[in-house]
Write a protein that binds this ligand. Structure first.
Ligand code: MGP
Length: 298
């Protein structure tokens, strides 16, 4: 365990342990009821994507005129979102407004380097791809079949689809099941947090829905409250996650209430501003062994 990188091994059993028969396997993503894929004649691209190709599931925009008005601002940043966008990266509307820009995702992934990381709300895969380039195992959860398929398609463009286990699941349900499994295992074995099951997830990355692009609307600089995080309030989400691992990275709005962030934990927290050029995009809060100077917590 820990901040090492080794050879890729078979992907985890832990999701099966947590969910039992309810686990929706990656094959559930090959949804036959999904719209048929419109295959474009781009043979080189097809061969690199292979079976994960989701072309046709959502539109691939080439020109600004094709893009719905509400998405144009994001389309103009497409190369910052995915540098490989021109090779066919795909985003749905939620992906367009919430994906982490690639350089920021890479910076966060560098901080989170470890064996096994769980991306709790993977969306169209911007973070999971960068984790896969640096960690041994990535488990990516989302409740949207479409977004999981887009994430896997995008991961294939970056050559890392097979390093990520995509799971169609609600993170809150998953985390509750997993936390209860940990408690049972610890009770059964008499062990503490060093228990073997506990070691299976080193870091959890939380990039939850903030309530849409309007999170920053209103008076000049309204403060964003963690209460507005979805699907459950941000403090509850954090407390639940800390039952899985102490090492948490939490991606939050640039206008988040720092008082509320500071109140999450009586221990040291590190808040890193995430800039693109001269624009502050978001903040990432680090906990446990992800905090500089606390590496001994690993
Ligand atoms: P933004 O403020 O909507 O965009 O999102 P931008 O381009 O800074 O807008 P401008 O009009 O202020 O120039 C900034 C960043 O926040 C995006 O790049 C996303 O990474 C992230 N982001 C935005 N939303 C609405 C969400 C969200 O709901 N969840 C998560 N996890 N990230 C989001």
């Amino acid at each position: 365990m820990g901040k090492r990188r080794g050879a890729v091994s078979g992907l985890s059993l832990f999701a099966k342990e947590a969910f039992g028969d309810q686990l929706l396997t990656p094959s559930a993503l090959n949804d036959s009821s999904a719209p048929p894929s419109k295959r474009r004649k781009v043979e080189l691209l097809r061969s690199s994507r292979g079976r994960y190709d989701a072309t046709g599931l959502v539109p691939f925009y080439r020109e600004e005129e094709e893009v719905p008005a509400e998405l144009r601002k994001y389309f103009s940043q497409r190369l910052r979102l995915f540098s490989l966008y021109p090779r066919g990266a795909l985003l749905d509307p939620v992906g367009w407004f919430s994906v982490t820009p690639e350089a920021i995702a890479a910076n966060i992934a560098e901080r989170c380097r470890c064996d096994t990381i769980l991306d709790a709300f993977c969306g169209v895969g911007g973070n999971a791809i960068q984790f896969a380039l640096r960690c041994e195992r990535v488990i990516a959860l989302d409740t949207s079949t479409t977004r999981l398929r887009l994430a896997r398609h995008n991961a294939a463009l970056y050559g890392v689809a097979d390093r990520i286990e995509f799971i169609l699941a609600d993170y809150v349900d998953f985390a509750r099941s997993y936390a209860s499994l940990l408690t049972q295992t610890m009770r059964g074995s008499g062990n503490t947090a060093t228990d073997s099951v506990h070691r299976k997830i080193d870091v959890v990355f939380l990039s939850p829905p903030w309530g849409g692009p309007g999170y920053i609307d209103g008076a000049p600089h309204p403060e964003y409250s963690l209460r507005d995080i979805q699907p459950i309030p941000g403090k509850e989400l954090f407390d639940l996650t800390r039952q899985i691992t102490p090492h948490v990275a939490y991606y939050l709005p640039r206008n988040v209430s720092m008082e509320e962030v500071a109140a999450l934990l009586p221990e040291k927290i590190e808040v890193e501003e995430q800039w693109m050029g001269n624009k502050l995009k978001a903040v990432c809060c680090y906990f446990g062994g992800l905090v500089s100077g606390q590496e001994d917590m690993w």
